[in-house]
Ligand binder design. Structure first.
Ligand SMILES: [Zn+2]
Ligand SMILES: [Zn+2]
Length: 356
């Protein structure tokens, strides 16, 4: 993004912007998400104030698209050199998460990242969960990707991770209570086989618990990118003609473990149109892809076990939406054929229209 902030913004410009902001002047900025500008005893969205302060020099209020905010931005620098405090929003001043979701880590990698002194390594870390400073670390085994859970298996139920504590753990135990009301964050790591490295699943929120022995906790991961996927279709739901049509994805398409196996096999490019988010959008798009479940949900029985390679395919959201324009979803090959036909038709039209 080009930085469209004019040079020479003064403290007066900024104070005027704050006064106008307080007076309710119109501007195109949303509430700030990560940081606030503190002035007197009030907090302001930093970008909005700089966007307004630029009026004298730019001749107009800037828009959110004219410049960046954030820690290392010129916007924040301008505020700071003019003597303003820019601080993280309350509750957001937690340290950065030092792990990347879906990346693999050994326990040794984790010790190094957290700089755990050698005499504090192992011990509790080698059991199912360990508290480090304010944060909890959970190390969980999960059944194979296709399993839906039973007994005391840990398993993915869509995007939620259903997890069991140590063998004799009970809900009233102080440790379990601390996990349910965590003083810091809960880092959740999983693996399928004993000697594998762990995969970081994200910071978990305890969504619900059951007073079983061992205790059962259902973890949700609000920050996982997959959370931004469209609505889930609960098994057995029927949709009447004429209801709003969205892409309805099911629990198998959301299961992170099944997604990983599918993507490891097929890659992250769309199997219909070859679109690859990493290639087109760089780092931001890296690894982003929907996963389409080939089997019709209504034809699936209770005992069904998803096979991530036989039953799932990576598809881009456009192709995913097109696959689901029919009920049941059209086969991948059918959509590919449609695309090919129309592409050829387009080429034919454009070449017949072009001047000789
Ligand atoms: Zn596609
Ligand atoms: Zn689908």
């Amino acid at each position: 993004m080009p930085d469209g902030i004019p040079d020479g913004i003064t403290r007066d410009d900024l104070e005027q912007a704050i006064a106008d902001f307080d007076a309710g002047v119109e501007h195109p900025f949303a509430e700030s998400t990560g940081y606030d500008l503190v002035f007197g005893d009030r907090r302001y969205p930093p970008k909005a104030i700089v966007g307004l302060a630029a009026r004298r020099l730019a001749g107009r209020t800037l828009t959110p698209y004219d410049f960046k905010g954030g820690e290392a931005s010129r916007c924040f620098r301008i505020l700071k050199v003019n003597g303003f405090d820019v601080v993280p929003k309350p509750g957001l001043d937690q340290p950065r998460i030092p792990f990347v979701v879906s990346k693999q880590y050994t326990r040794n990698d984790i010790y190094q990242i957290l700089t755990v002194p050698i005499e504090q390594q192992r011990g509790d870390w080698d059991t199912g969960y360990h508290r480090h400073d304010k944060d909890w670390f959970i190390f969980a085994s999960v059944g194979s990707a296709g399993r839906t859970g039973h007994d005391y298996d840990n398993y993915w139920d869509g995007e939620a991770f259903v997890w069991h504590g140590k063998t004799r753990s009970r809900i009233e135990h102080p440790t379990v209570q601390s996990l349910l009301n965590p003083p810091g964050r809960v880092f959740v790591f999983t693996r399928e086989r004993d000697r594998d490295p762990f995969t970081f699943e994200g910071c978990g929120n305890p969504a619900s618990s059951e007073p079983t022995t061992p205790v059962t906790i259902r973890w949700q991961f609000p920050d996982r990118p997959v959370s931004r996927l469209p609505e889930e279709l609960p098994p057995g739901t029927t949709y009447r003609e004429g209801t709003v049509r969205t892409i309805l994805i099911n629990a198998y398409e959301r299961n992170p473990q099944a997604r990983r196996v599918c993507i490891a096999h097929y890659g992250t490019a769309c199997v219909v149109c070859d679109f690859d988010f990493g290639t087109v959008y760089g780092e931001t798009g890296e690894g982003f892809i929907h996963v389409h479940h080939l089997k019709e949900i209504s034809s699936i029985g209770e005992e069904y076990v998803v096979d991530p390679i036989a039953d799932l395919r990576p598809v881009c959201p456009n192709c995913h939406a097109m696959l689901h324009t029919t009920i049941p979803a059209m086969p991948i090959e059918a959509l590919k054929n449609l695309m090919d036909c129309h592409r050829h038709a387009l080429v034919a039209v454009s070449s017949s229209n072009s001047p000789q």
